[in-house]
Design a protein around this ligand. Sequence first.
Ligand SMILES: [Zn+2]
Ligand SMILES: [Zn+2]
Length: 332
Amino acid sequence: MDLISSSLIDQGVYFVVLHVGKALAAPLIMQSELYWVYLFSGFAIAWLVWKLYLVRQATFTPVPASGSFWQNFFSRDIWWHPSARVDYKFYVLNALLMAWLTSQFWVSEQTVISWLPALGSSQASEPMPSSHILSRLAFTLLFFVVYDLGRFVAHSLLHDIAWLWEFHQVHHSAQVLTPLTAYRVHPVDLAVMAWVPAVFTGVLSWSYARWVDPSVTFFTFMGFHALVWLFNLVDHLRHWHVWVTYGTTLNRWFISPAHHQLHHSANPEHWGCNRGYELAIWDRLYGTFIQPSLTPMVFAKGLGDGTDGQWHTLRALFLRPFARFKTQRLRS
Ligand SMILES: [Zn+2]
Ligand SMILES: [Zn+2]
């Protein structure tokens, strides 16, 4: 074996070990949404909700509330379901694939800004003393709203454009929800979900720097946008069989974990509902809003199109959308 091929093998092994290691060590990485703080807060909220519901004698899905907290939320029926098992494998393989793809080509907010006319030397990457706290507060809030709108638009494109739906079905083919189901997302879907919001926030950041405050940056906490950090505390419950809503009034303004669980319903009445991430206003304006009831609703999760159960292999999750996309193009 010559020196060049041996070096390529070394680099390949290093790449795999590094990125699989990172994926497995995510609970210890502060910049990860799987950081232990967010996992723990999800767990703590689930336990609290369980205690509150036990008092009210409510019924849980997919198993009745007769068992303990552990039997209900850590049931083998959920965490060792074929749907959940393929989520775990997909999480690791996808992490590897996405690390390679993003190293080759990716559209970030900075990419979008670089497409726009240059801002000049007054734009700094760090906040300058001249950036007034009110300006930073306004930008923090504005960025959050625009980012959330960008994510809603991207998610709606995935639902409403037939060939994109082929790829988004991977996420909706999950029949049980665990926090790792959030990562059951095809690379094409991930690209749409990253690039569309990057265009929205890129244009906002460029416009704000050009016309309002050239040195502004948003407030961050533990490596996240401060408001995104706050929602991270509850977001793992979006993909877990723990029914959490914010109450009748707040449910009209914010997407609770129960809203997103309804988004995963196999019932045709719920298909395509609640596409938002944190703000419910976009769904209300677009006509896709369904208010979850305060007590747990019983419904099956999945596509509900007769293909449920056929997606739980890595091959199906990665390749099936391409095959269906090809068939669709041949038909049209
Ligand atoms: Zn989801
Ligand atoms: Zn969706």
